[in-house]
Design a protein around this ligand. Structure first.
Ligand code: JCF
Length: 674
């Protein structure tokens, strides 16, 4: 191969690699597999090694890093890189808007651009005639450090601007935030841990540490990314709005955050903030808020700046979700199924506006994996919601007297042995009548999304169980005013209210009831699935494992668990007592057009051809309901031999009586149709 041939192939490879780099990093839409890209890159490097005179600084091969520097040169920014004023609530943002209006002397709504505020570090890159010539950190805003060699290793920063859509300007200084995506950060720390190197405390520190490396070959191995958000000096091109800048930069291959939004008036910008705050945890990178900017550049110029911050922009910060605190103790809590959960008791600290003093540590393996010890300083966070968790230990602050946590050998509540079954992550209390389990079960039963007994909180449940007033769910429906009023911190009035709440809870729905029962592995969603499938409780209770596993979403484990639950005599008894007490639900909507919709059946006496449970299951499948007691709601009574007082009562109320044979022919007729 001669020089001319090599030049031709090299140019073709570079063009292709630039293009695929752009597809990958800027459009996030790669056209070819990584292996194909790698193959082209290797071929290019091979040719460049054989013909070193053909190497150019903008060649895609020139991203692997250069020999280390002694120190960074300083760079002064021709246009200062300003910092942003912060706002922390809607009120402060409206105040910002009022100030803008006041200064611009206008009442008309202002157009703003809202964009995610990346948690990384700001840089500026310079392109001269389309070629990357300089990369600098923000520094103090006036002078930063020359990190060109490091910047060149970041795949998302083009070495040469694209020119297929617009002619490249003579000079373009672009500003952006370099960051490390969360997944890359996690992997990097995992690898550092293996190698015994100190860990980075968060993605922002990792990004900053990576970019300020004197050895750019190290930077080249770090998963850095960038979003551009503005410009410095631009020669040979003009813009009129910030939105136009955000839409134009990508045409040069400089990617901007696709989640930026043009907002008419401040209220839209505020709504955008709340929208993003809610979705925050779904993003693959960390944001610390949003930036709100006046869109018109002419208005920006008119507003100017004060003390290093533009008057035309504000950062609306998200509440900090991570805090540091100290572990004072580790206790264990006994759950509904006897599982012991270790819980960290911490020095109270405010996170996202709530005071946090406890965090779940999940199980023993988790404690060991994170090496959490009593006395440690830890970073805690409330991840996307309510349950706080310990992210990691701050090892550099570990006091000498920390204590490892050991799981108790006996249940702290009932003293029964604690075991960790093979293949399970958790320890369990083996006590069959552990009051802690019972309390947790009752609290679950009464909880908002289950039976929703308002006012039956933890303290009350504790007392009811400790005093022996409640030994199972059904006992709740036998409580009387006297018993309740005798409890601590319970007046007659609140006892009365609680009784009313208990009474109200009787009218429920089947999914709620199933969820409230606390069948292991059956959460809210599966409860809904089961209720929809079977239409009634009896049908579910008599379904065998095979029938259960045929339902979408129900596997053998769940089927087993459901069967075991309903096969347990004690459970059947409690369910019967609950129904006798008046716990009831409407038949699900889907059953309205079934043949027995609206009918309520009671069975009494012997049924020659089937068990009572089978009969009830059939009624429910045909859209009817069943009851155990005669009341005015009952529409049909099936009376077999030896029917007793129920039959008398039904006759007295004028309810239609059927013989088992009549019942059989009704269901035969309807079952044939179905
Ligand atoms: O993503 C950021 N951290 C970010 C910082 C975004 C912006 O639009 C910024 C910024 C700092 C200053 N804009 C300015 C003017």
């Amino acid at each position: 191969m001669n020089l001319a041939e090599a030049r031709k192939e090299i140019e073709a490879l570079r063009k292709a690699l630039h293009y695929h780099n752009y597809r990958y990093y800027v459009l996030d839409d790669p056209e070819i597999p990584d292996a194909e890209y790698d193959r082209m890159m290797r071929r290019l490097m091979e040719l460049e090694t054989r013909f070193p005179e053909l190497v150019t600084p903008d060649s895609p091969s020139q991203r692997v890093g250069a020999p280390p520097l002694e120190a960074f040169e300083t760079v002064s920014h021709d246009v200062p890189m300003l910092s942003l004023a912060n706002g922390f609530d809607d009120g402060e943002i409206r105040e910002f808007d009022r100030r803008v209006h006041r200064m611009l002397k206008t009442d008309a709504a202002i157009d703003y651009v809202g964009e995610p505020k990346m948690d990384g570090l700001a840089i500026e890159v310079r392109y001269e005639k389309g070629l990357l010539t300089l990369g600098a950190t923000r520094g103090d805003g006036f002078t930063g450090e020359d990190v060109t060699a490091n910047i060149r290793t970041i795949g998302a920063i083009p070495l040469r601007l694209r020119s297929d859509e617009l002619p490249v300007p003579e000079r373009l200084d672009a500003r952006g935030e370099v960051f490390m995506p969360i997944e890359g950060f996690r992997k990097l720390n995992e690898q550092r841990k293996k190698e015994g190197q100190p860990l980075f405390s968060n993605p922002r520190n990792a990004a900053a540490g990576s970019l300020r490396q004197l050895d750019s070959r190290i930077t080249a191995t770090r998963p850095l990314d960038i979003y551009f958000y503005g410009i410095g000096i631009v020669e040979g091109m003009t813009f009129t709005t910030h939105w136009e800048i955000l839409k134009t930069l990508p045409k040069f291959g400089l990617k901007t955050n696709p989640h930026a939004r043009l907002c008419h008036g401040i209220e839209e910008a505020i709504a955008y903030y709340h929208d993003l705050l809610e979705k925050r945890d779904d993003f693959p990178y960390e944001m610390d808020g949003i930036v709100i900017k006046v869109n018109e550049l002419a208005l920006q110029r008119e507003l100017g700046e004060v003390s290093r911050s533009p008057r035309w922009a504000i950062a609306y910060k998200f509440p900090a979700s991570q805090e540091m605190t100290r572990i004072e103790d580790i206790i264990v809590q006994v759950g509904r199924t006897g599982v012991l959960t270790p819980v960290a008791v911490m020095k109270p600290v405010e996170v996202e506006g709530a005071v946090v003093s406890r965090a779940t540590l999940h199980n023993q393996d988790e404690i060991e994996r994170k090496d959490i010890r009593v006395g440690d300083w830890v970073i805690i966070q409330r991840a996307g919601g309510v349950i706080p968790e310990v992210v990691r230990v701050v090892l550099s602050k570990r006091p000498p007297d920390v204590k490892r946590f050991e799981f108790p050998k006996t249940c702290p509540v009932c003293g029964s042995p604690v075991v960790r079954l093979p293949g399970e992550a958790s320890h369990r209390c083996m006590g069959i009548s552990c009051p802690a389990q019972l309390k947790a079960k009752i609290r679950h039963f009464a909880s908002k999304r289950a039976m929703d007994i308002d006012g039956l909180g933890q303290k009350l449940v504790d007392q009811l169980v400790d005093k022996g007033l409640v030994k199972n769910f059904a006992d709740l429906y036998r409580l009387n005013l006297e018993q309740l009023a005798g409890l601590e911190r319970m007046g007659e009035k609140s006892a009365q209210n609680l009784l009313e709440e208990i009474e109200k809870s009787k009218a429920t729905t089947l999914p709620r009831f199933l969820y409230a029962l606390g069948i292991p592995l059956v959460g809210e969603h599966l409860a809904q699935v089961l209720a929809e499938h079977f239409g009634g409780l009896e049908a579910l209770m008599s379904a065998d494992e095979e029938t259960l596993t045929q339902i979408n979403e129900i596997g053998p484990q769940v089927a087993r668990s459901i069967r075991t639950f309903f096969d347990t005599q004690e459970n059947r008894e409690v369910i019967r007592r609950l129904r006798d007490a008046g716990v009831r639900w409407e038949a699900p909507a889907a059953s309205h057009d079934l043949p027995l919709a609206g009918e309520v059946f009671v069975f009494t006496g012997a049924l020659p051809d089937m068990t009572r449970d089978e009969a009830k299951a059939i009624v429910e499948r045909l859209g009817g309901q069943t009851a155990n007691q005669i009341s005015r709601k009952v529409t049909r009574v099936v009376a077999g031999e030896k029917a007793g007082s129920k039959l008398e009562k039904a006759k007295a109320l004028g309810i239609r009586i059927l013989t088992p044979e009549q019942f059989n022919s009704i269901i035969r007729e309807h079952m044939r149709e179905r």
